[in-house]
Write a protein that binds this ligand. Structure first.
Ligand code: AHR
Length: 571
């Protein structure tokens, strides 16, 4: 059966327009024995577990950039905008609604010009600085405000250390300031005087950001040397070494080394070879953005696009799968036991400036803010499904960025606020957390990307091969199994990218019987549909109309251009 399906996929070369009829005929042959004709087929294989899906793959990122912090997150205690200790209430509530596990701050590139000492102490005495992204930063929002944000959300903090413009002592003293137990330690005393007696207990520490670019334009070997320099000693408080652990694992902090720009395997190889076993990090960060323009990075229009551009973006976004697999393979060349995990701490679709929020006179400017449509919701689903399918490799991922930026879940301008379609996908995918990822086979004709000939697929870089961007999977997704609440629940998330083609799909659960099924779907009349301040509910999920299950099978129709979450009670 598997070989038949594979042959079907390999030999099918159809344009999107001709998918429906040909597909029904071919699947009728491929699925032999299935009485109802289907456009596609999904086989879920519970006997092939992949790994537990880390909740951290649904994590977040905020940077001192445009209107992300000032106005997006921080409105100030005296603002008329509802806030909790200066933090926008709507931001807190939306982050709680998606159960944000980890929040990364203060950058991004900003982190590489940031002195944490500027952001602590009496607010009136904090210096205003010229900072990365050509913005003036008042430092009103600093370490304590960030920790208060994390407490309000109920998430873990992830601090990105400055490797470019500060020495190693500032890195370890920031750790000391955050984590030293209350007591005679000078930095713990300073922290207490600034309002927080108890340590923040920050576990995730980034050692530099994009050191191949804004973080210093280093070679992998130069970065490796700096990483060793910064991490040879740093304070560890309270962490118990696992019995018999080798020295490199005796750390309570989760250090994250600067990883590659998209598909740059040479960087990963070079960095890993520059680190000895004693210096292996907890994770290697990966940044992979998908440009809205097939030829130029960070171009294209978030709202105005044609069908070819729609398919092109989703196809190049799907290249995340290769990015993960390729870097995982490169890690294995040095780290044979795979102790180092991948941390995709920046990802998303990045467009040009045409939909940027209008700046406020003498107030916030919204550099790099952009609108988000159903197209971005589908990219979100495709990306989260990839992370879930690679649950054994990806320990954390942070969407860039949570509010008023590139691939945001929220947009805010003064007292106006809306969630985007991407927010809804994050919420729909919640049931996958901590569940066992299962192998799934999707059989549907792929879609030609007519712009592939000019598509760079290397993340920020434009030097990647075009080969993987030639076809888009006609249906993709992931499945997971959890045993919570006394029964077994199988969650299946699916993206149907066809703009005009619903896909009637036979879903087969191998070795499990379906007791009941329910679901949620995000679809809209047009892939250009989006929410804005005047229409915050233009795009929102609805209850899915599911087919009737019979034994181990369900026939279900995935609407055109949709993201669907199905939950099966199984035995
Ligand atoms: O998220 C915006 C920027 O993209 C970050 O500051 C940087 O790390 C990346 O290039």
């Amino acid at each position: 059966m598997t070989q038949t399906r594979r042959r079907f996929l390999q030999t099918t070369s159809l344009t999107a327009a001709s998918v429906a009829l040909s597909c029904k005929r071919l699947l009728g042959q491929a699925a032999g024995g299935v009485s109802t004709l289907a456009d596609a087929r999904i086989d879920i294989l519970p006997s092939e577990p992949i790994g537990v899906i880390a909740p951290e793959i649904y994590s977040h990122f905020i940077e001192h950039l445009g209107g992300v912090i000032y106005d997006g997150v921080w409105v100030g205690e005296r603002s008329k905008i509802p806030n909790r200790n200066g933090i926008r209430t709507a931001f807190i509530e939306a982050m709680r609604a998606v159960q944000a596990p980890v929040l990364r701050w203060p950058g991004g590139c900003f982190a590489e010009s940031y002195d944490w000492r500027d952001g602590v102490g009496p607010a009136a005495k904090r210096p205003q600085r010229s900072a990365f992204w050509d913005q003036e930063d008042t430092n009103r929002y600093g370490t304590h405000e960030f920790m208060e944000t994390c407490r309000a959300i109920g998430c873990q903090p992830y601090l990105a250390g400055d490797l470019r413009s500060l020495p190693a002592s500032d890195f370890y003293q920031w750790i000391e300031y955050c984590n030293a137990p209350a007591g005679p330690n000078a930095l713990a005393t300073e922290r207490a005087a600034n309002g927080d007696k108890d340590p923040f207990d920050v576990q995730y520490w980034g050692v530099g950001n994009e050191s191949w670019g804004c973080g210093g334009n280093l070679t992998p070997e130069e970065y490796g040397a700096k990483y060793r320099d910064f991490t040879t000693w740093y304070p560890r408080y309270g962490g118990e070494a696992p019995a018999g652990a080798e020295p490199s694992r005796r750390r309570d902090l989760k250090l994250i080394a600067c990883g590659p720009n998209g598909d740059d395997i040479a960087w990963t190889r070079g960095v890993l070879r520059s680190l000895t076993a004693a210096h292996l990090p907890y994770g290697l960060s990966v940044h992979y953005y998908t440009s809205g323009d097939a030829k130029r990075f960070a171009h294209g229009d978030a709202l105005q696009f044609d069908d070819a551009q729609y398919y092109d973006l989703l196809t190049r976004g799907s290249y995340m799968e290769n990015v993960i697999s390729n870097h995982w393979g490169a890690l294995a060349e040095v780290d044979t036991n795979h102790r180092v995990k991948l941390i995709v701490d920046e990802w998303g679709a990045w467009y040009g400036k045409s939909t940027e929020l209008a700046g406020v006179a003498s107030g916030p400017q919204y550099n790099l803010s952009q609108q988000s449509t159903m197209r971005d919701a589908l990219l979100t689903g495709i990306t989260l499904d990839i992370f879930q399918r690679h649950a054994d490799k990806v320990a954390m991922a942070n969407v860039a960025q949570s509010i008023n930026c590139i691939h945001s879940l929220m947009l805010a301008r003064e007292d106006k606020f809306t969630v985007t379609p991407t927010f809804h996908v994050f919420q729909m995918y919640l049931p996958h957390r901590n569940a066992q990822s299962l192998r799934v086979e999707f059989s549907a004709p792929s879609i030609a990307n007519t712009l592939a000939a000019v598509s760079p697929v290397g993340g920020n870089s434009t030097t990647g091969s075009t080969a993987p961007a030639i076809r888009l999977a006609g249906l993709s997704g992931s499945a997971s199994l959890s045993s919570a609440n006394g029964g077994k629940t199988l969650t299946l998330t699916v993206v149907n990218p066809h703009i005009n083609q619903p896909l009637t799909t036979e879903i087969a659960l191998h070795g499990m019987a379906i007791a009941s099924v329910k679901g949620t779907v995000l679809a809209s009349a047009s892939v250009h549909d989006h929410n804005d301040f005047d229409h915050p509910n233009a795009v929102r999920p609805t209850t899915a109309t599911t087919g009737t299950a019979s034994g181990r099978r369900l026939m279900h129709t995935f609407p055109a251009a949709s993201v669907t979450m199905l939950q099966f009670a199984v035995s």
